[in-house]
Write a protein that binds this ligand. Sequence first.
Ligand SMILES: [Ca+2]
Length: 350
Amino acid sequence: MIRYFSVTRENMFRSLLLALILLTLACSGRSLAAEPVRLILDTDIGNDVDDALALAMIHALENRAEVRLLAVTITKDNRYAAPFVDLLNTFYGRPGIPIGVVHNGKTREDSPMLKVPVERRDSSGQYVYPRHIQDGSQAVDAVELLARLIRGEPDHSVTIAQIGFSTNLVRLLKTSGGRDLVRQKVKVLCLMAGNFVKAEPEYNVYTDPDSARSLFEQWPTSMIFSGFEVGLKITFPFEAIQRDFAYADKHPIPEAYRIYVGKPEDHPNWDSTAVLEAIRPDRGYFDLSPPGRVTLGPKDTTVFTPDPQGNCRYLIIRPDQVERVRELIAILVSEPPQRTPSAATSRMVF
Ligand SMILES: [Ca+2]
């Protein structure tokens, strides 16, 4: 009897222990999965529509808890860029994401794909796309924001996706202690820049070549380049613009796309490839080059020199990977918002 009781008690104890373990696993399901990528997006939004597509994709992946967008910093020096980013974040239910802007930067000209949605009002005079920031002058300086945010993150935890010019990140490196801060906190920099199949200048590089040169020389973590040739193949389907955003009467993504592209056609989606690699590096969407170094050649072309000690790699996309990545990005970009702004937790830090 005593033996029977002790065995039963032992069984009960084991059952309880098992139940506790299962309960713990169930409650901590998120922690069993990979931690969300801590991402900063540095963008020249407004110079092409693919930055906006990339930002929409980030929101879809944040809905899946695969990424946490810490901040958006902007390298297009235009007053409409920050309100446009803010209205996109608000549309996708995350109105509090910090936004930093460049000062004395490149491409100051207005862009209709920013200005029209930002200024559009309904019949009662209200903005069609609400946001906090009405003018870029209300936003904080990008370099200050980058330094402050990165400092508060765990070591080697921050992923940066640079899908514009290198202005902000080079300025961060040049701040006092900036390079050490980046080396300590940043895990990887994924950037849309250069061309690794043809000796042709690429826009993000030749628009601010001095910054690009310095970045490629001095950035202290690993870098993964998505060259011009990759995004050229990953076009965004116009059919998605026509059909897949109808869940909203007014939607800033198809509106910006139609304004920018101006024709009913597919458009290369360079920036989303760098962002996809930043968030999902292990899914076989792309192949990677061997390690090496990237320098600037004649006419600000990018030159890749293989080097086992180098900190740079570039993406390679095989023909059989193209349709998979193209379809995936289109689905993610066109996913409806999963949160409403009112239900969103504000992450405004200033
Ligand atoms: Ca861009």
